[in-house]
Design a protein around this ligand. Structure first.
Ligand SMILES: Cc1ncc(COP(=O)(O)O)c(C=O)c1O
Length: 427
Protein backbone atom coordinates (compact mmCIF):
# COMPACT_ATOMS: atom_id res chain seq x y z
CA UNK A 1 0.00 0.00 0.00
CA UNK A 2 1.56 3.28 -1.10
CA UNK A 3 -1.02 5.72 0.22
CA UNK A 4 -1.75 6.39 3.90
CA UNK A 5 -4.34 4.16 5.57
CA UNK A 6 -7.03 6.84 5.68
CA UNK A 7 -6.96 7.60 1.94
CA UNK A 8 -10.08 7.49 -0.20
CA UNK A 9 -11.43 9.05 -3.34
CA UNK A 10 -14.21 11.48 -2.46
CA UNK A 11 -17.44 12.43 -4.28
CA UNK A 12 -15.56 14.99 -6.34
CA UNK A 13 -13.19 12.32 -7.54
CA UNK A 14 -10.35 13.89 -5.55
CA UNK A 15 -7.87 12.08 -3.37
CA UNK A 16 -8.59 12.54 0.30
CA UNK A 17 -6.37 11.76 3.29
CA UNK A 18 -7.48 11.97 6.89
CA UNK A 19 -10.84 13.20 5.60
CA UNK A 20 -9.14 16.18 3.88
CA UNK A 21 -9.41 16.84 0.15
CA UNK A 22 -5.84 17.21 -1.15
CA UNK A 23 -6.83 19.73 -3.83
CA UNK A 24 -8.39 21.83 -1.09
CA UNK A 25 -5.29 21.50 1.13
CA UNK A 26 -3.06 22.61 -1.75
CA UNK A 27 -5.31 25.61 -2.39
CA UNK A 28 -5.33 26.73 1.24
CA UNK A 29 -1.71 26.04 2.20
CA UNK A 30 0.04 26.37 -1.15
CA UNK A 31 2.55 23.91 -2.59
CA UNK A 32 4.90 22.18 -2.18
CA UNK A 33 3.05 20.84 0.83
CA UNK A 34 3.84 17.78 2.92
CA UNK A 35 0.73 16.09 4.29
CA UNK A 36 1.09 13.58 7.14
CA UNK A 37 -1.72 11.20 8.05
CA UNK A 38 -2.06 10.86 11.80
CA UNK A 39 -3.94 7.55 11.47
CA UNK A 40 -1.02 6.01 9.57
CA UNK A 41 1.57 7.25 12.08
CA UNK A 42 -0.47 5.84 14.94
CA UNK A 43 -1.26 2.53 13.28
CA UNK A 44 2.40 1.91 12.38
CA UNK A 45 3.47 2.76 15.95
CA UNK A 46 0.74 0.54 17.38
CA UNK A 47 1.69 -2.38 15.16
CA UNK A 48 5.33 -2.20 16.29
CA UNK A 49 4.34 -1.83 19.95
CA UNK A 50 1.81 -4.67 19.86
CA UNK A 51 4.30 -7.03 18.20
CA UNK A 52 6.95 -6.18 20.79
CA UNK A 53 4.67 -6.39 23.82
CA UNK A 54 6.68 -6.58 27.03
CA UNK A 55 9.65 -8.26 25.42
CA UNK A 56 11.48 -5.10 24.52
CA UNK A 57 11.35 -1.48 23.41
CA UNK A 58 10.47 0.26 20.18
CA UNK A 59 12.24 3.55 19.51
CA UNK A 60 11.38 5.88 16.65
CA UNK A 61 14.48 7.01 14.77
CA UNK A 62 14.17 10.80 14.70
CA UNK A 63 16.42 11.19 11.69
CA UNK A 64 13.58 10.00 9.43
CA UNK A 65 11.47 13.07 10.28
CA UNK A 66 11.62 15.10 13.45
CA UNK A 67 9.03 17.81 13.82
CA UNK A 68 7.66 18.40 17.34
CA UNK A 69 4.08 18.01 16.07
CA UNK A 70 5.00 14.59 14.69
CA UNK A 71 7.14 13.50 17.66
CA UNK A 72 4.32 14.23 20.10
CA UNK A 73 2.12 11.69 18.32
CA UNK A 74 4.89 9.07 18.41
CA UNK A 75 5.52 9.78 22.09
CA UNK A 76 1.82 9.42 22.89
CA UNK A 77 1.92 5.90 21.42
CA UNK A 78 4.54 4.96 24.00
CA UNK A 79 7.59 4.62 21.76
CA UNK A 80 11.07 5.64 22.77
CA UNK A 81 13.19 7.90 20.58
CA UNK A 82 16.59 7.54 18.95
CA UNK A 83 18.52 10.78 18.37
CA UNK A 84 22.01 11.29 16.98
CA UNK A 85 22.95 14.82 17.95
CA UNK A 86 22.41 17.49 20.58
CA UNK A 87 20.30 19.24 17.92
CA UNK A 88 17.89 16.32 17.52
CA UNK A 89 17.80 16.00 21.30
CA UNK A 90 16.92 19.70 21.52
CA UNK A 91 13.98 19.20 19.15
CA UNK A 92 12.83 16.19 21.20
CA UNK A 93 13.04 18.16 24.44
CA UNK A 94 11.07 21.04 22.93
CA UNK A 95 8.47 18.47 21.87
CA UNK A 96 8.30 17.36 25.50
CA UNK A 97 9.51 13.85 24.67
CA UNK A 98 9.87 11.78 27.87
CA UNK A 99 13.64 11.85 28.36
CA UNK A 100 13.92 8.45 30.03
CA UNK A 101 12.82 6.95 26.69
CA UNK A 102 15.49 8.75 24.61
CA UNK A 103 18.61 7.00 23.30
CA UNK A 104 21.50 9.12 22.02
CA UNK A 105 23.62 7.51 19.27
CA UNK A 106 26.29 8.76 16.95
CA UNK A 107 29.89 8.27 15.94
CA UNK A 108 32.26 11.11 16.79
CA UNK A 109 30.13 12.58 19.55
CA UNK A 110 31.27 15.91 20.88
CA UNK A 111 31.64 16.72 24.58
CA UNK A 112 28.54 18.91 24.10
CA UNK A 113 26.60 15.88 22.77
CA UNK A 114 27.56 13.71 25.75
CA UNK A 115 26.87 16.51 28.22
CA UNK A 116 23.44 17.10 26.65
CA UNK A 117 22.57 13.38 26.82
CA UNK A 118 23.70 13.19 30.45
CA UNK A 119 21.82 16.34 31.45
CA UNK A 120 18.65 15.08 29.79
CA UNK A 121 18.88 11.67 31.43
CA UNK A 122 18.95 9.89 28.05
CA UNK A 123 20.67 6.56 27.42
CA UNK A 124 23.98 7.00 25.59
CA UNK A 125 25.01 4.50 22.93
CA UNK A 126 28.81 4.24 23.00
CA UNK A 127 30.26 4.14 19.50
CA UNK A 128 34.04 4.43 19.94
CA UNK A 129 36.78 4.58 22.56
CA UNK A 130 36.65 8.38 22.40
CA UNK A 131 33.22 8.20 24.12
CA UNK A 132 34.84 6.74 27.28
CA UNK A 133 37.06 9.79 27.61
CA UNK A 134 34.12 12.15 27.03
CA UNK A 135 32.13 10.40 29.75
CA UNK A 136 35.04 10.72 32.18
CA UNK A 137 35.01 14.47 31.52
CA UNK A 138 31.24 14.92 31.66
CA UNK A 139 29.87 12.63 34.37
CA UNK A 140 30.48 13.97 37.90
CA UNK A 141 31.92 11.63 40.53
CA UNK A 142 29.27 9.48 42.12
CA UNK A 143 27.01 9.59 39.05
CA UNK A 144 26.54 7.00 36.34
CA UNK A 145 25.40 7.27 32.73
CA UNK A 146 23.11 4.56 31.32
CA UNK A 147 24.78 3.18 28.19
CA UNK A 148 24.51 0.67 25.40
CA UNK A 149 27.55 -0.19 23.35
CA UNK A 150 27.30 -0.27 19.57
CA UNK A 151 28.93 -3.23 17.89
CA UNK A 152 29.44 -3.60 14.16
CA UNK A 153 28.39 -7.18 13.45
CA UNK A 154 29.79 -7.00 9.95
CA UNK A 155 26.65 -7.95 8.05
CA UNK A 156 26.44 -6.12 4.78
CA UNK A 157 22.68 -6.01 4.28
CA UNK A 158 22.95 -4.23 0.96
CA UNK A 159 24.70 -7.08 -0.82
CA UNK A 160 21.61 -9.29 -0.46
CA UNK A 161 24.06 -12.09 0.23
CA UNK A 162 24.51 -11.06 3.84
CA UNK A 163 28.16 -11.87 3.73
CA UNK A 164 29.77 -11.53 7.12
CA UNK A 165 32.66 -9.37 5.98
CA UNK A 166 33.71 -5.84 6.48
CA UNK A 167 33.69 -5.82 10.27
CA UNK A 168 36.73 -3.57 10.20
CA UNK A 169 35.51 -1.28 7.48
CA UNK A 170 32.74 0.69 9.15
CA UNK A 171 32.88 4.07 10.81
CA UNK A 172 30.22 2.94 13.28
CA UNK A 173 30.61 0.90 16.42
CA UNK A 174 33.19 -1.46 17.87
CA UNK A 175 34.17 -4.27 15.56
CA UNK A 176 33.96 -7.85 16.73
CA UNK A 177 36.66 -9.13 14.39
CA UNK A 178 39.38 -6.79 15.67
CA UNK A 179 38.61 -7.57 19.32
CA UNK A 180 37.48 -3.96 19.87
CA UNK A 181 33.98 -4.97 20.97
CA UNK A 182 35.21 -7.22 23.77
CA UNK A 183 37.80 -4.66 24.87
CA UNK A 184 35.15 -1.93 24.89
CA UNK A 185 32.79 -4.00 27.05
CA UNK A 186 35.66 -4.63 29.48
CA UNK A 187 36.40 -0.92 29.64
CA UNK A 188 32.73 0.02 30.04
CA UNK A 189 32.31 -2.43 32.92
CA UNK A 190 35.42 -1.03 34.59
CA UNK A 191 34.48 2.65 34.25
CA UNK A 192 32.60 3.95 37.32
CA UNK A 193 30.69 6.53 35.32
CA UNK A 194 29.07 3.88 33.09
CA UNK A 195 26.11 1.62 33.72
CA UNK A 196 26.25 -0.75 30.74
CA UNK A 197 22.71 -1.93 30.00
CA UNK A 198 23.49 -3.80 26.84
CA UNK A 199 24.75 -3.94 23.29
CA UNK A 200 23.43 -2.42 20.07
CA UNK A 201 23.78 -2.90 16.33
CA UNK A 202 22.28 -1.55 13.12
CA UNK A 203 22.92 -3.04 9.69
CA UNK A 204 21.30 -0.71 7.17
CA UNK A 205 18.11 0.76 5.81
CA UNK A 206 15.24 0.03 3.36
CA UNK A 207 15.74 -3.71 3.92
CA UNK A 208 13.09 -6.20 2.73
CA UNK A 209 14.86 -9.48 3.39
CA UNK A 210 15.05 -10.02 7.14
CA UNK A 211 17.74 -12.70 6.91
CA UNK A 212 20.36 -9.97 7.29
CA UNK A 213 18.86 -8.88 10.61
CA UNK A 214 18.63 -12.47 11.81
CA UNK A 215 22.22 -13.11 10.85
CA UNK A 216 23.36 -9.98 12.69
CA UNK A 217 21.41 -11.09 15.76
CA UNK A 218 23.08 -14.51 15.66
CA UNK A 219 26.48 -12.84 15.51
CA UNK A 220 25.56 -10.64 18.46
CA UNK A 221 24.40 -13.67 20.46
CA UNK A 222 27.70 -15.41 19.75
CA UNK A 223 29.39 -12.33 21.15
CA UNK A 224 27.15 -12.42 24.24
CA UNK A 225 28.10 -16.04 24.85
CA UNK A 226 31.76 -15.09 24.59
CA UNK A 227 31.33 -12.09 26.91
CA UNK A 228 29.60 -14.24 29.51
CA UNK A 229 32.36 -16.83 29.35
CA UNK A 230 35.22 -14.33 29.44
CA UNK A 231 33.87 -11.46 31.51
CA UNK A 232 30.81 -12.87 33.25
CA UNK A 233 28.76 -10.14 31.56
CA UNK A 234 25.16 -10.71 30.43
CA UNK A 235 23.37 -7.63 29.07
CA UNK A 236 19.77 -6.69 29.82
CA UNK A 237 19.16 -5.16 26.40
CA UNK A 238 20.10 -6.04 22.86
CA UNK A 239 19.54 -3.44 20.14
CA UNK A 240 18.89 -4.64 16.60
CA UNK A 241 18.59 -1.19 15.01
CA UNK A 242 16.09 -0.09 12.40
CA UNK A 243 16.08 -0.71 8.69
CA UNK A 244 12.66 -2.12 7.83
CA UNK A 245 11.87 -1.06 4.26
CA UNK A 246 8.63 0.41 2.90
CA UNK A 247 6.85 0.38 -0.46
CA UNK A 248 7.69 3.30 -2.73
CA UNK A 249 6.09 1.74 -5.81
CA UNK A 250 3.64 -1.11 -6.41
CA UNK A 251 6.62 -3.35 -7.17
CA UNK A 252 7.78 -3.17 -3.53
CA UNK A 253 6.55 -5.77 -1.07
CA UNK A 254 8.23 -5.17 2.30
CA UNK A 255 7.60 -7.19 5.47
CA UNK A 256 5.14 -5.66 7.93
CA UNK A 257 6.23 -4.20 11.29
CA UNK A 258 4.74 -7.32 12.98
CA UNK A 259 6.78 -9.60 10.74
CA UNK A 260 9.91 -7.55 11.42
CA UNK A 261 9.55 -7.60 15.20
CA UNK A 262 8.19 -11.16 15.25
CA UNK A 263 11.12 -12.50 13.22
CA UNK A 264 13.64 -10.79 15.49
CA UNK A 265 11.94 -11.92 18.70
CA UNK A 266 11.77 -15.51 17.46
CA UNK A 267 15.45 -15.45 16.46
CA UNK A 268 16.39 -13.95 19.80
CA UNK A 269 14.44 -16.53 21.79
CA UNK A 270 15.79 -19.43 19.75
CA UNK A 271 19.35 -18.12 19.70
CA UNK A 272 19.45 -17.32 23.42
CA UNK A 273 18.07 -20.77 24.33
CA UNK A 274 20.59 -22.47 22.05
CA UNK A 275 23.44 -20.73 23.86
CA UNK A 276 21.81 -21.02 27.30
CA UNK A 277 21.80 -17.24 27.59
CA UNK A 278 19.35 -15.20 29.61
CA UNK A 279 17.17 -13.56 26.95
CA UNK A 280 17.83 -9.82 26.83
CA UNK A 281 15.08 -7.32 26.00
CA UNK A 282 15.03 -6.50 22.29
CA UNK A 283 15.39 -2.85 21.24
CA UNK A 284 14.43 -1.85 17.68
CA UNK A 285 14.54 1.63 16.20
CA UNK A 286 12.54 1.98 12.99
CA UNK A 287 12.40 5.39 11.32
CA UNK A 288 11.32 4.99 7.71
CA UNK A 289 8.74 2.29 8.49
CA UNK A 290 6.86 4.70 10.78
CA UNK A 291 7.18 8.08 9.06
CA UNK A 292 7.56 7.00 5.43
CA UNK A 293 4.08 5.67 4.56
CA UNK A 294 2.38 8.50 6.46
CA UNK A 295 3.61 11.33 4.22
CA UNK A 296 2.33 12.53 0.84
CA UNK A 297 3.88 15.52 -0.95
CA UNK A 298 1.75 17.84 -3.06
CA UNK A 299 3.24 19.81 -5.93
CA UNK A 300 1.69 22.11 -8.52
CA UNK A 301 2.47 21.39 -12.14
CA UNK A 302 4.01 24.36 -13.97
CA UNK A 303 5.74 24.23 -17.31
CA UNK A 304 5.44 21.21 -19.58
CA UNK A 305 8.14 20.68 -22.16
CA UNK A 306 7.84 18.26 -25.05
CA UNK A 307 10.89 17.03 -26.85
CA UNK A 308 9.26 15.10 -29.69
CA UNK A 309 10.37 11.51 -29.85
CA UNK A 310 12.47 11.92 -26.72
CA UNK A 311 10.63 12.93 -23.58
CA UNK A 312 7.90 15.01 -22.00
CA UNK A 313 9.06 17.00 -18.98
CA UNK A 314 6.41 17.95 -16.44
CA UNK A 315 7.94 20.47 -14.03
CA UNK A 316 6.68 20.93 -10.49
CA UNK A 317 7.31 23.61 -7.87
CA UNK A 318 9.54 21.45 -5.64
CA UNK A 319 12.26 18.91 -6.31
CA UNK A 320 15.65 18.02 -4.90
CA UNK A 321 15.45 20.72 -2.21
CA UNK A 322 12.57 18.96 -0.47
CA UNK A 323 13.24 15.43 -1.73
CA UNK A 324 16.80 14.59 -2.60
CA UNK A 325 16.26 10.82 -2.44
CA UNK A 326 15.92 10.24 -6.21
CA UNK A 327 19.20 12.11 -6.78
CA UNK A 328 20.99 10.67 -3.75
CA UNK A 329 19.96 7.01 -3.94
CA UNK A 330 18.21 6.63 -7.28
CA UNK A 331 14.99 6.26 -5.29
CA UNK A 332 11.81 5.57 -7.30
CA UNK A 333 8.34 7.00 -6.68
CA UNK A 334 4.89 6.48 -8.15
CA UNK A 335 3.05 9.82 -8.29
CA UNK A 336 -0.61 10.35 -9.08
CA UNK A 337 -2.90 13.25 -9.79
CA UNK A 338 -4.68 14.43 -6.64
CA UNK A 339 -7.65 15.51 -8.77
CA UNK A 340 -7.85 12.26 -10.73
CA UNK A 341 -6.18 9.54 -8.67
CA UNK A 342 -7.93 6.69 -10.44
CA UNK A 343 -7.53 8.01 -13.97
CA UNK A 344 -6.06 5.52 -16.43
CA UNK A 345 -2.50 6.36 -17.42
CA UNK A 346 -2.36 7.81 -20.91
CA UNK A 347 1.15 9.18 -20.98
CA UNK A 348 4.67 8.60 -19.77
CA UNK A 349 6.26 11.73 -18.40
CA UNK A 350 9.33 12.76 -16.49
CA UNK A 351 8.61 14.77 -13.35
CA UNK A 352 11.26 17.47 -13.07
CA UNK A 353 11.91 19.78 -10.14
CA UNK A 354 12.61 23.51 -10.33
CA UNK A 355 16.21 23.47 -9.10
CA UNK A 356 19.13 24.44 -11.30
CA UNK A 357 20.56 20.95 -11.69
CA UNK A 358 19.97 18.65 -14.65
CA UNK A 359 19.73 15.78 -12.19
CA UNK A 360 16.82 17.43 -10.38
CA UNK A 361 14.37 14.78 -11.57
CA UNK A 362 11.83 13.44 -9.08
CA UNK A 363 10.45 10.62 -11.23
CA UNK A 364 11.56 9.31 -14.61
CA UNK A 365 8.90 7.70 -16.74
CA UNK A 366 5.85 8.26 -14.52
CA UNK A 367 2.63 6.80 -15.92
CA UNK A 368 -0.15 9.38 -15.54
CA UNK A 369 -3.43 10.51 -17.07
CA UNK A 370 -3.04 13.65 -19.17
CA UNK A 371 -1.27 16.26 -17.06
CA UNK A 372 -1.97 19.97 -17.40
CA UNK A 373 -0.48 23.13 -15.94
CA UNK A 374 -2.05 23.77 -12.52
CA UNK A 375 -2.71 20.11 -11.74
CA UNK A 376 -1.78 18.94 -8.25
CA UNK A 377 0.62 16.04 -8.24
CA UNK A 378 0.58 13.77 -5.17
CA UNK A 379 3.73 11.84 -4.31
CA UNK A 380 3.13 9.00 -1.82
CA UNK A 381 5.61 7.53 0.67
CA UNK A 382 7.63 10.69 1.23
CA UNK A 383 7.29 10.83 5.02
CA UNK A 384 10.86 9.73 5.80
CA UNK A 385 14.24 11.15 4.79
CA UNK A 386 12.78 13.88 2.58
CA UNK A 387 12.19 16.91 4.80
CA UNK A 388 14.90 15.79 7.22
CA UNK A 389 17.36 16.04 4.32
CA UNK A 390 15.77 19.17 2.83
CA UNK A 391 17.78 22.26 1.96
CA UNK A 392 17.23 25.86 0.91
CA UNK A 393 19.23 25.33 -2.27
CA UNK A 394 18.62 27.96 -4.93
CA UNK A 395 16.94 30.14 -2.32
CA UNK A 396 13.77 28.07 -2.24
CA UNK A 397 12.14 28.10 1.21
CA UNK A 398 11.32 24.69 2.63
CA UNK A 399 7.69 23.49 2.44
CA UNK A 400 4.93 23.65 5.01
CA UNK A 401 3.74 20.48 6.77
CA UNK A 402 0.19 19.65 7.79
CA UNK A 403 -1.02 16.76 9.95
CA UNK A 404 -4.44 15.51 8.92
CA UNK A 405 -7.00 13.51 10.91
CA UNK A 406 -10.79 13.23 11.06
CA UNK A 407 -11.41 15.86 8.41
CA UNK A 408 -9.17 18.45 10.05
CA UNK A 409 -5.74 19.69 9.03
CA UNK A 410 -3.27 21.10 11.49
CA UNK A 411 -0.25 23.09 10.36
CA UNK A 412 2.72 21.57 12.23
CA UNK A 413 5.43 23.42 10.33
CA UNK A 414 4.82 26.68 8.51
CA UNK A 415 6.24 27.34 5.07
CA UNK A 416 9.58 29.10 5.32
CA UNK A 417 9.72 32.72 4.22
CA UNK A 418 12.38 34.55 2.23
CA UNK A 419 13.49 36.09 5.53
CA UNK A 420 14.08 32.58 6.87
CA UNK A 421 16.71 32.25 4.12
CA UNK A 422 18.59 35.03 5.90
CA UNK A 423 17.86 33.92 9.50
CA UNK A 424 21.48 33.07 10.31
CA UNK A 425 23.15 35.70 8.13
CA UNK A 426 24.88 38.74 9.63
CA UNK A 427 23.45 41.57 7.56
C1 LIG B 1 21.64 3.61 14.04
C2 LIG B 1 20.39 3.75 13.26
N1 LIG B 1 19.23 3.35 13.81
C3 LIG B 1 18.06 3.45 13.15
C4 LIG B 1 18.02 3.96 11.86
C5 LIG B 1 16.69 4.06 11.17
O1 LIG B 1 16.67 3.29 10.04
P1 LIG B 1 15.33 3.12 9.22
O2 LIG B 1 14.78 4.47 8.96
O3 LIG B 1 15.77 2.42 7.98
O4 LIG B 1 14.41 2.28 10.04
C6 LIG B 1 19.21 4.37 11.24
C7 LIG B 1 19.18 4.88 9.86
O5 LIG B 1 19.98 4.60 9.04
C8 LIG B 1 20.42 4.27 11.96
O6 LIG B 1 21.57 4.67 11.42
Amino acid sequence: MLLPVSHRVNERGHLEIGGCDLIELARRHGTPLYVYDEATVRSRCQEFMAAMGKRGEVLYSAKAFASPGFLRIVASEGLGLEVVSAGELHIALRAGYPTARIYFLGNNKSEEDVAAAFAAGATLVLDGFHDFELLRRVVPAGHRQRCLLRVSPGVDAQTHAFIATGQLDSKFGFSIESGAARAAVEEALAQDSIHLEGLHSHIGSQIFDLRGHVQALEIMLDLLAQLRAEQGYEPHKLGAGGGLGIAYTDADDPPTPSQFVGTLLAALERGAALRSLRQPALVVEPGRAIAGPAGVALYTVGSIKDIPGVRRYVAVDGGMGDNIRPKLYGARYQPLLAGDPEGSPTETVTIAGKYCESTDILVSDAQLPEVREGDILAMPAVGAYCLSLASQYNGLPRPAVVMVADGRDRLIRRRETYDDLLAAEIL
